[in-house]
Design a protein around this ligand. Structure first.
Ligand code: IPM
Ligand code: MG
Length: 361
């Protein structure tokens, strides 16, 4: 029996509540499909700061390197808002991305038909939304040098971040994007700010060059401000979107609203030898510890793990089908329930999905 080691990094807030439910789903798949999973847990984010003083606990990176895939929860929270910048919980995640060379972040945003009314946007806008945001994850403003703050003689200060990309970094994310678009509806929107930024001009030039290798994919260039508007105006015009780190951070949160709730959105970070799978929603301090968080984003992240790391397409389909069916039966966590609707908690929602997965084998 094939056996895979999965590094489990729940992190903080609702990450600690939804990640164990995702693990249960993987266990059900393992049992049904005859695949062995070994789960090993490690600390990251605020939880790691509390226990070890570092947002990426010693040993966590090692475990990730030794694993076939990483199941990540979320990091951060008000408790650590005052810790020094380079020690913040978020640094743990950023260090993992950089150290493991996870340069390609895939964030699908799909509006499930039974959830069209869960989005605060009009039904006529969100209906039919099915897009994939591909965010470059290890370059740009997040990591560019120089960066820092200097105190000035006049009593003020000067702070710098640098948006920097090499053509090699742009080319590899562009290739990922074209490959993904090719398996979807063969339309790629490359998002930049080429009317102002030289980095974006290089971005556009390289993406245009790479496009020659993918004549079957239709490429368009969209300015980021225009893209932000189009996403809430006519999202169905997009299929695959590729963009640099910061633009992707912002646009993928915007896209989440199209899917009804951030609690629905999974993600995969690929590129290095081990991939990381995480729900997009973050730690949600306002609802943490209440047992009401939506586990679906974490569960759909396991479907991405099955598909992208283990090539277990059919099992990935089973997990996604289970989610759809449970939603079709009318079960809702609070974030996707209409006013007055009966809701289920994190565990109950996961129970329903696990049972459906089990029934499919
Ligand atoms: C995300 C998050 C992270 C980011 C934070 C937690 C560092 O917002 O994954 O989108 O900015 O990349
Ligand atoms: Mg973000």
């Amino acid at each position: 029996m094939a056996t895979y080691r999965i590094a489990v990094l729940p992190g903080d807030g609702i990450g600690q509540e939804v990640t164990p439910e995702a693990v249960r789903v993987l266990k059900a798949v393992g049992k049904g499909a005859g695949v062995g999973f070994e789960f090993e847990q490690a600390l990251v984010g605020g939880a790691a700061i509390d226990a070890t003083g570092h947002p990426l606990a010693p040993g966590t990176l090692d475990l990730c390197r030794r694993s076939h895939a990483i199941l990540f929860g979320a990091v951060g929270g008000p408790k650590w808002d005052t810790v020094a910048h380079e020690r913040r919980p978020e640094r743990g995640l950023l260090a993992l991305r950089k150290e493991l060379d996870l340069y390609a972040n895939l964030r699908p945003a799909k509006c499930f038909p039974m959830l069209v009314d869960a989005s605060p946007l009009k039904r006529s806008v969100v209906e039919g939304t099915d897009l994939m945001v591909i965010r470059e994850l290890t370059g740009g403003l997040y990591f560019g040098e120089p960066r820092g703050v200097e105190r000035l003689a006049d009593g003020g200060a000067r702070a710098v971040n640098t948006m920097v990309y090499t053509s090699r970094e742009i080319e590899r994310i562009a290739r990922t994007a074209f490959e993904v678009a090719r398996k979807r509806r063969k339309r790629l929107a490359s998002v930049d700010k080429a009317n102002v930024l030289v980095v974006s001009q290089l971005w556009r030039e390289v993406v245009t060059r790479v496009a020659r290798d993918y004549p079957d994919v239709t490429l368009e260039h969209v300015l980021v401000d225009n893209c932000a508007m189009a996403l809430v105006h006519r999202p169905s015009r997009f299929d695959t979107i590729v963009t640099e780190n910061t633009f992707g951070d912002i646009l993928s949160d915007e896209a989440a609203i199209l899917a009804g709730s951030m609690g629905m959105l999974p993600s995969a970070s690929l590129g290095g030898s081990v991939a990381l799978y995480e729900p997009v929603h973050g730690t949600a301090p306002d609802i943490a510890g209440k047992g009401i968080a939506n586990p679906i984003a974490a569960i759909l992240s396991t479907a991405m793990l099955l598909r992208y790391t283990l090539s277990l397409e059919k099992d990935a389909d089973r997990v996604e089908r289970a989610v759809v069916r449970v939603l079709e039966q009318g079960h809702r966590t609070a974030d996707i329930a209409g006013p007055g609707a009966r809701t289920v908690g994190t565990k109950e929602m996961a129970d329903l999905i696990v049972r459906d997965v089990e029934d499919q084998y």
